[in-house]
Design a protein around this ligand. Structure first.
Ligand SMILES: C[S@@+](CC[C@H](N)C(=O)[O-])C[C@H]1O[C@@H](n2cnc3c(N)ncnc32)[C@H](O)[C@@H]1O
Length: 304
């Protein structure tokens, strides 16, 4: 990685970071961000608390034991508090709430906020993929698959493909396993870090990472690009969809809202400062494109 692949955080970002280094302020921001999300979800008809209670009633032990690798060590960056959860993604609370959170957060992307924003966001990502990729992929890897929302969306777009989902949270994968019982075709879930999946080289036509990179330190992001390159067969595609740092929405975001956002996303600055196209190009990827697919998201496509 060269110096040109990074930019400095803005002045506003530096002030916000200063505020968030004050623990009581950070805690207040986190709890405010969380209650705003729940209120918005329930106003829109997403039954956040009801769904949580339903999930609480399920016996999760069989689902967890199917997906969990008990020997897996967790990297330090993954053990930080995230999204207002003290244990980050390593908790049942996070696993039972992440779908509702996605509906809530994505409901406001387009005008006339509604819970269909999440489905529309995923469709807009796949529309770019369909446009840029010459042939439909047969073997797809979904990095950071969480509870399966992105894997299921990929399966709806490519119903004949064999799909594998990788995630570091066994709780999320257990929910993915539970939810995939309703799906037409099985998905292989793998509990592993995206930067060292342990999967066979050149075994995928498409490696997709949906909404994962904003959760990663820059060094890990770079390791994942290298791992994706290893996993792709020649001519295969790496695609990622995530927040668009060039979007006016982030550039003009009021500091108060930015503070709430950053209080729950510890690596956001690192993601925003990474020049992903330059890194992919240095690694030898070609046909690299960056396409805005929502008012605040972008899709990057690169071919091995
Ligand atoms: C915001 S969620 C996105 C989930 C999903 N792809 C979607 O579109 O809804 C990011 C996911 O990446 C996972 N994750 C973060 N770092 C990871 C890593 N190094 N390896 C594997 N998964 C990781 C988290 O556990 C979480 O499930």
């Amino acid at each position: 990685m060269t110096a040109k692949t990074f930019t400095q955080p803005t002045f506003t970002s530096q002030i916000v970071n200063g505020l968030l280094s004050i623990k009581p302020l950070a805690n207040f921001a986190k709890s405010r961000a969380r209650s705003m999300m729940i209120e918005r979800a329930e106003r829109l008809g997403v039954p956040w608390r009801k769904r949580f209670q339903e999930y609480q009633q399920i016996d999760w032990a069989p689902y967890l034991s199917t997906v969990q690798n008990l020997q897996l060590p967790y990297p330090d960056y993954y053990l930080r508090a995230f999204h207002a959860y003290e244990n980050g993604n390593l908790s049942w609370d996070a696993a039972w709430e992440v779908e509702s959170a996605a509906y809530s957060v994505h409901s406001g992307i387009w005008k006339d906020a509604n819970p269909q924003g999440d489905a529309k966001l995923r469709q807009s990502y796949h529309a770019v993929m369909l446009d840029k990729m010459a042939t439909p992929p047969q073997r797809i890897l979904d990095l950071g698959c969480s509870v399966g929302m992105s894997s299921f969306a990929l399966q709806d777009t490519y119903p004949h493909a064999e799909i594998t989902g990788v995630d570091l949270s066994p709780y999320f994968l257990a929910v993915a396993q539970y939810n995939s019982q309703q799906r037409p075709k099985a998905i292989a879930w793998k509990h592993a870090p995206a930067e060292a999946t342990g999967l066979e080289s050149a075994s995928f036509d498409l490696v997709s990472a949906c909404l994962m990179f904003h959760e990663l330190p820059a060094t890990i992001a770079c390791q994942i690009f290298t791992e994706a390159q290893r996993l792709l067969s020649p001519g295969g595609y790496f695609t990622l969809m995530d927040m668009n740092p060039q979007s006016e929405i982030y550039e003009k975001m009021p500091p108060y809202i930015l503070t709430l956002l950053k209080s729950t996303e510890p690596y956001l600055d690192q993601y925003f400062s990474l020049d992903i196209a330059a890194i992919l190009s240095e690694l030898g990827f070609r046909n690299i494109t960056i396409t805005p697919n929502s008012p605040r998201h972008r899709t990057i496509v690169a071919q091995k």
